[in-house]
Design a protein around this ligand. Structure first.
Ligand SMILES: NC(=O)c1ccc[n+]([C@@H]2O[C@H](COP(=O)([O-])OP(=O)(O)OC[C@H]3O[C@@H](n4cnc5c(N)ncnc54)[C@H](OP(=O)(O)O)[C@@H]3O)[C@@H](O)[C@H]2O)c1
Length: 249
């Protein structure tokens, strides 16, 4: 197969490319560093020519719902419209477990993205996955006030990014199925504990106080709305196993 990966140079995208190539597929990574800007459309048309399927793992690093929604609406519409013109027969999008129960902030933007995918003419599959194992490290980098890295009181069941990437390639190899079975890691964790454990291992610095995010968003993070349901597929790699394989800082 010929698989285009939108966001194919990112955390999950680069793994998708590697796994797809190892299975004998032709791949192309769509990213600004590869000369394709999905938000403006520059380079997009040519980049999709001949692709059988597109896996969308684009991302914007922001905690602002407004900025994230603007990005995902524009990029998703541009991508789907270009796929329609190029005759792509399957669009696979990666979303997040619980976005419909937590329609706030970044998660609200991902829900808007799902809506665009589900209402477009290009046949589609959406996979919702839980947070990746390195989510706590990402939050440490993104949210800092000097040496203070506030960490939300949040229940999560993190998953190995390689397992998410492999599942997305499985889905691209199959037929469009609408919502696929959710994918999560094997066990629940507390985000603040994850961040502190990651910092001890990697040499990450600063004070990491656990905070109660106010309002409905914060309540949903605490009440388990982002956890997988009983029907979700569970990955095998625990956060502890993942951490033990990370370089010591
Ligand atoms: N992190 C998690 O815990 C988690 C959990 C579940 C689902 N997800 C979802 O997984 C997806 C990927 O996340 P990630 O952490 O792998 O992302 P990431 O590492 O930030 O990678 C983002 C990718 O998008 C590309 N990109 C950004 N803007 C672009 C543009 N205008 N045009 C073309 N390419 C663009 C980037 O390349 P350039 O910068 O070169 O353009 C990069 O390849 C996201 O949609 C996220 O919601 C994440």
């Amino acid at each position: 197969m010929d698989i285009a990966v939108a966001g194919g140079t990112g955390v999950v995208g680069s793994r998708i490319v590697r796994i797809a190539q190892a299975r004998g597929h032709a791949t192309r990574a769509l990213s600004r560093s590869a000369g394709v800007d999905v938000r403006t459309g520059v380079g997009l048309e040519g980049a999709l020519r001949g692709a059988d399927a597109v896996i969308d793992v684009l991302n914007i690093e922001t905690l602002s719902e407004k900025a994230a929604t603007r990005f995902f609406r524009t990029a998703t519409s541009n991508l789907l419209d270009a796929e329609g013109r190029a005759g792509v027969e399957h669009h696979i999008a990666l979303s997040i477990v619980g976005v419909d129960r937590v329609p706030h902030g970044y998660y609200g933007a991902k829900l808007a993205q799902e809506g665009l995918v589900a209402s477009h003419a290009v046949p589609w599959t959406i996979l919702r996955a839980t947070q990746f194992h390195d989510f706590a490290a990402q939050m440490h980098a993104r949210l800092a006030f000097g040496p203070v890295h506030p960490v939300a009181h949040m229940r999560t069941q993190p998953v190995a990014v390689d397992e998410v990437a492999a599942r997305l390639v499985d889905l691209a190899e199959g037929s469009p199925q609408g919502r696929a079975r959710d994918l999560s890691g094997p066990q629940e964790e507390d985000l603040a504990d994850m961040m502190r454990a990651w910092a001890r291992r990697s040499g990450g610095r600063g004070w990491m106080p656990r905070i109660r995010v106010p309002g409905a968003f914060g309540a949903a993070m605490r009440d388990g709305s982002l956890l997988p349901g009983p029907d979700a597929e569970r990955g095998r790699v625990t956060f502890e196993e993942w951490l033990a394989a990370q370089p010591v800082g």
